[in-house]
Structure formats: C-alpha cells, structure tokens
Design a protein around this ligand. Structure first.
Ligand SMILES: Nc1nc2c(ncn2[C@@H]2O[C@H](COP(=O)(O)OP(=O)(O)OP(=O)(O)O)[C@@H](O)[C@H]2O)c(=O)[nH]1
Ligand SMILES: [Mg+2]
Length: 524
C-alpha cells in the first residue's frame, strides 16, 4: 500500500523501477495455484470449485529482503523494489485466451510442470504463448516431494519442446520446488528478482495511466468490478478511464486483498470500482481528460461492434440449439463460448443468442421463451422473479440449467446436441450370393443354391434380391447348408444352399445381398 507522502516522492522521478509482473502458466493440476499459495499464504485452492482455477487472479508479494542482484539497478530504488506481481491462470484447456492474455501483460513467465508427470498439451500451449509474448521464462518443476518425481526426465521433455534449461546447456533457468513442503521457493523468488533486474523494468509515471483488465464481473451492490494491472502511469481515484466497452470515473481503487488505496502504481494489480458497464477482460484502459472525451471513445467503439451476441451462421437445414449464456465473469463466458464453438456443429448448431455477466433475470427468461432457447448459467443464481415465473406459467417453456464447473456445462450441452439428433440406421452390406439353382418352396420360403461371391452369410441376416441392376424384393436367411449339413456361417467361395424367406420368388441369376443395420445414436 502506498501512502500519499511516498507517492509524491515517486512522482518526482521520471522513471520508476516497477515490480515484475509474473504469470504462472502450465497444465491443469500441475500446481500453479499451490505454488502461489506457497509463495504467500493465499488460500486460493480451497475456494475453487473442484480445485480447478477458473479465473485469472492477481496477487502482489513484497519480499522482505532487497533483491540480491548481480546487476544493481541503475535507477533509484523506489517503492516497486522487492515487490512481485503474480498472475495465476487456469490450466484447463478451455482457457487458452486467458493464458495468452496473462503472458501478454507479464514480464516473466513461470512454466510450472508437475515433476511426477510429463510435459502435457497445455504445457506446450503455454510455451507457445510465452514465446509469442517474447518474455523470459523460468521452468518450475513442482511436486519434487513425491517419490516418483523425475525432474531430469521433465528437463529432457522440455528440451524436446524447445525449452532448454541452463543445466542442459540452455538459457532457461529452472528450479525444483515443492509447493506442498514449501521447498525451493526461496530460490525461485531469487531467480525471479534476478531475471527482473536484468530486464530493467521501468515505467513512466508522469503519463496518463494505462492498463489491462484481467477480470471483470457485475456485483449486485458495488456495480461493475474490474481487476486490472496498471501498466503505465499512476491510476488515481476520480480519474476518468475508458476501455472500448465501458468508461469509469474511478470511485475506488483497492489492492488485491481488498484494501482501499489512493493510487495504483505500474505493475500493481488493482480492483477498480466506478465503471458504468462491465468492461471485458483483455481490454486495455486509458485515462482521459474529461468524461465527455471518454464517453465519445466508448460511443465510437460501440457503433463499430455488435455487443453481447455471438451468432454462428446457421444453415437452415441444420438443427439449432439456442443458448442464453449467463456467467459470473467475462473470462468464464469467453472460455465457455470458445469451447461451445469447438463442439462439432456439422449436424447441430449451437447459437449463442446472448452472453452476459450476471444472474439469470426476467429478460433472459422472456428471451428464452420467445426464442425457445435454453438458459445456461455458470456460477450465477436464478433471480427470485424468474423462480416465481417458473413456478407459474412459464414452467414448461423455459429450461434453465446452472453449473459450477465448465467441463460439466460443455458435456451437458454436448449431450443435449446429441439427443436432438434422431438415431440413424446405417446399412452395411456383409455378403453376396449368386443364385445358380432355385427350388420352389412353400408359401414365402424358398431353397436357393449358389455361390458366395463376397463377404459372408449368417442365419437371420436381412436380404435384398437384386435382378439385373434393380432390387426386386427382400427377405431374410432362415437357414444355411453346406454339403447338406446345417451351418452357422458361409464365407466367400462357398457353394451352398440357403433357406430364404421373403416377398419374392427368386430366379436363377439373381444376386442376393445380405446386410446388417446398425443403429447409431445421434453422433455430432
Ligand atoms: N505432493 C504435492 N502435491 C502438490 C504440490 N503442488 C500441488 N499439489 C497438488 O496438486 C493438485 C493441483 O494443485 P493446484 O495448485 O490446484 O494446481 P493448478 O495448476 O493451479 O491447477 P489448475 O488451476 O486447475 O490448472 C492439488 O491437489 C495440490 O494439492 C506439491 O508440491 N506436492
Ligand atoms: Mg490453479
């Protein structure tokens, strides 16, 4: 926290040594949140549904000691010294946008790999995001407390993924840690500060504040709430700021722990109140001289884009599932939309009519009723008015489902899509017989002799009778005989007799085609 006296002093400086922003990236469950928890005693893990991080979180850590730097800072030691801003990200595959955004705003990336496991898909994706952002990384091999940890193997795998650690002759520092036992944490922090020192992270302070929104949601009492990282300048209360979507006259600034602060310094994670609408995650904010200027900017952007709806162009012949999506924060909506779009849509199309932060309200229910949409909520509640409506006349018309885990939400939509498809019957030819001899039989039965020219025949199989190029009748196999003995199966090359039952009198020269019908449940 910064008091006014300190910040006045800072403002005199042209350049501020700002703390490094460190993004924690890696595959799901490899221990990113636990690592942050170990670094500072944040109880992040226990708050999450199913232990999976679903939001990006930002945390600030102040080191007790000064950085032990090989290159002492060339600029004056300032408030930022010894501080590190960490951004936690989710490892689940759905959140690639959040990971990319995290890497974009960061100065350094921690690539966390579970040393008992191996380099996984999202490890590789994280590596790409880091390389794309062009920031240095530190490989963190976690869970070395476990007996099956094999950091050496991981280093080899990392090398294959083009991340060559120092001990293997490369340039990427690596450190072995246990988030559980809190070992290796000191060394890790030391390396972070060293890497940061080498970057000489400066920030202009005498410029209008700018930053990146990393999380946002609507709070019933507080209104729109945005978590941001200040990147340039000093954000102050009463500043007028705007993203493309929303403007704010900053009402309050709090640090990540919810303590009110006067100013947000470069690299500092801050929670901003005062937005008129919820800004989207990943948006940049800038400071404006006047409210009019800020509003003009938002208006201009507004006219450029269609707000709040993502409609996938649909072929009218396809089935369409209309969805109204409500979520707790923009980041979740973005992840869910991304995953829904990735569902196969060749036969059934998911159309998101509306995607919005906030609880499920009456207007959602009305839209759902009109458009025959299903309302899907992620970590939101159903408002009491809607609950009342559901009890009364809308009961049968609107379907509402809420979820706490993204994966379950996606699976549910997927199975809904599958159910909307009728089961298909797929016919497969399994054998052919050319008739050489025909015996007249009784009623609708005949004994036919011939040669199996393709595949096989079995009792009970369905049959088509083909004359010339035309199907002239159908039936089934009642019995099979070879060398005058009953058999279960005839295969290609066999000369044999079959007892045919069907709606046609077979003639010499007809081809009898045996087939099976497989019923396939709707497959996307
Ligand atoms: N034994 C051991 N277990 C660990 C260690 N670090 C994390 N874990 C466990 O690994 C599991 C996943 O840890 P998280 O910190 O939630 O992993 P994450 O990478 O943040 O996961 P996502 O946010 O879902 O991507 C939890 O059960 C942790 O208790 C460690 O150093 N040693
Ligand atoms: Mg996590």
């Amino acid at each position: 926290m910064v008091n006014k006296k300190v910040s006045k002093k800072i403002k005199k400086e042209e350049i501020l040594m700002r703390p490094p922003v460190v993004v924690v990236l890696g595959h799901v469950d490899h221990g990113k949140s636990s690592l942050l928890e170990a670094i500072k005693d944040f109880k992040i893990t226990s708050k999450e549904s199913g232990g999976i991080t679903q939001h990006i979180g930002a945390y600030e850590v102040k080191m007790e000691r000064q950085p032990s730097s090989a290159n002492p800072p060339t600029h004056k030691v300032t408030e930022g010294q010894g501080k590190i801003t960490f951004i936690d990200t989710p490892g689940h595959e759905a959140f690639s946008a959040m990971r990319a955004r995290g890497a974009e705003v960061a100065d350094i990336a921690l690539l966390v790999v579970d040393a008992t496991q191996s380099v996984q898909p999202q490890t590789k994706e994280a590596i790409l995001a880091i390389k794309h952002a062009g920031i240095p990384m530190i490989a963190v091999l976690n869970k070395i407390d476990l007996p099956n940890a094999n950091p050496q193997k991981i280093k080899g795998e990392l090398a294959k993924a083009d991340v060559i650690v120092e001990s293997m002759g490369g340039t990427v520092p690596s450190v072995e840690v246990s988030a559980k036992d809190k070992t290796g944490i000191d060394e890790l922090l030391e390396i972070i500060l060293l890497v940061a020192d080498m970057q000489e992270l400066k920030s202009e302070t005498e410029v209008p504040a700018e930053g990146l929104i990393i999380e946002s949601y609507m709070d019933k009492l507080k209104g729109p709430v945005a978590t941001a990282i200040v990147q340039k300048g000093i954000l102050k209360k009463k500043d007028v700021i705007a993203t493309d979507l929303a403007m704010a006259k900053v009402r309050s600034i709090t640090n990540f722990q919810g303590k009110e602060i006067e100013e947000g310094l470069p690299s500092q994670p801050v929670i901003i109140l005062g937005f008129e609408k919820v800004p989207a995650t990943g948006e940049r904010f800038k400071t404006y001289q006047t409210v009019e200027e800020a509003l003009a900017k938002v208006k201009k952007e507004e006219s450029k884009r269609e707000l709040g709806s993502t409609v996938i162009d649909a072929d009218p012949a396809k089935k369409i599932i209309n969805i109204i999506l409500k979520g707790d924060v923009f980041g979740s909506l973005e992840a869910i939309e991304g995953m829904l779009k990735n569902l196969p849509q060749d036969k059934v199309v998911v159309r998101i009519l509306k995607s919005e932060v906030g609880d499920i309200n009456e207007s959602d229910a009305k839209l759902a009723e009109m458009s025959k949409a299903i309302i899907i909520g992620f970590r939101v509640k159903v408002s009491s008015t809607v609950l009342q409506l559901m009890k009364n006349d809308m009961e049968k018309k609107v379907r509402i489902k809420t979820f706490n885990i993204i994966y379950e939400l996606i699976q549910d939509v997927r199975s809904g899509m599958e159910k909307s498809l009728e089961a298909e019957t797929i016919r497969k030819d399994v054998g052919k017989l050319r008739t050489l001899l025909v015996f007249w039989g009784e009623k609708n039965r005949q004994i036919v002799g011939g040669k199996i020219t393709e595949g096989e025949f079995k009792k009970g199989l369905k049959l088509d009778v083909v004359r010339g190029d035309e199907k002239v009748g159908s039936g089934r196999v009642v019995n099979l005989q070879k060398n005058k003995k009953d058999v279960d199966k005839l295969t290609k090359g066999d000369e044999a007799g079959i007892l045919f039952e069907g709606n046609i009198k077979i003639e010499k020269g007809d081809t009898i085609v045996a087939y099976i019908e497989e019923r396939h449940k709707g497959e996307l």
